[in-house]
Design a protein around this ligand. Structure first.
Ligand code: COA
Length: 166
C-alpha cells in the first residue's frame, strides 16, 4: 500500500491508498456507490437494483483513501466474448479528480483483470469527456474502434474504445 499525498493537500500525513477488488457482495456499499454516482453525472447511472446485480454478478473495484471509498470502477464480462471485459462505469469523488488517481485506479483494475485471464477491455465514453478519453487513450493505449451516435438514447455521441491486453 502506498502513502499518498495529494499535490495541494493540507493533510501532511497523507493517505493510505488502496485498490480493492470486491469479490464479496456487500449491500452496505450501495448507498456509497449511489452517492458517488450522483456526484459524478447529471443523470443517475444506477439504481440499487442494478448496483446489487453488478456487485454480485459483475466485478467491482474500489479505490480507497484510508477507509474512505473515493472512486469505483464497475465491470462485467461481454456475453458475446467472455475474454472481453466491459468497463461500464468509472468515477472518482469530485475533490479527488485530476490528481492521477483515475489513472491509478485503472492501472490497478487492468492488473487484476489480467490475473483473471481477461484479454480485452472495452468501454463507451462520451466524445466530449476529454479528461476520461485522455486517461484511456494517452495513459493506457485504448483505441477508438467505433463512434456510437445515440447509444443511450440521449443524442450524445460516444467513442467505443478497446484495449488489447498483451
Ligand atoms: C474520468 C476520471 C475517472 C479520471 O480520473 P482523474 O483522476 O481525474 O484523471 P487523472 O488525473 O488520472 O488523469 C487525467 C489526465 O487527463 C488530462 N486532462 C484533463 N483534462 C483534459 C482535457 N480537457 N483534455 C485533454 N486532457 C485532459 C490531465 O492532464 C491528465 O493527464 P496528465 O496526468 O498527463 O496531466 C475522473 O476525472 C472522473 O471521475 N470523472 C467524472 C466521471 C467520468 O467522467 N467518468 C468516465 C466515464 S467513461
Amino acid at each position: 500500500m502506498d502513502r499518498y499525498h495529494l499535490t495541494r493537500s493540507l493533510n501532511s500525513d497523507g493517505y493510505d491508498l488502496s485498490i480493492v477488488e470486491c469479490d464479496i457482495h456487500d449491500p452496505a456499499l450501495i448507498p456509497v456507490l449511489t452517492e458517488l454516482d450522483l456526484h459524478s453525472y447529471t443523470e443517475p447511472t444506477f439504481s440499487r437494483y442494478t448496483l446489487g446485480g453488478l456487485m454480485r454478478f459483475g466485478r467491482l473495484f474500489l479505490i480507497k483513501a484510508d477507509t474512505l471509498v473515493i472512486g469505483a470502477c464497475h465491470t462485467f464480462r461481454n456475453f458475446d466474448d467472455p475474454e472481453e471485459v466491459v468497463i461500464f462505469n468509472m468515477a472518482l469523488r469530485p475533490g479527488w479528480r485530476g490528481h492521477g488517481l483515475g489513472t491509478r485506479l485503472l492501472s490497478g483494475v487492468i492488473e487484476k483483470l489480467k490475473e483473471h485471464g481477461v484479454k480485452r477491455i472495452v468501454l463507451a465514453v462520451a466524445s466530449n469527456n476529454h479528461r476520461a478519453i485522455a486517461v484511456y487513450r494517452a495513459k493506457f493505449g485504448f483505441v477508438s474502434v467505433d463512434l456510437l451516435g445515440n447509444e443511450f438514447n440521449n443524442g450524445q455521441e460516444y467513442h467505443l474504445m478497446r484495449l488489447e491486453l498483451a
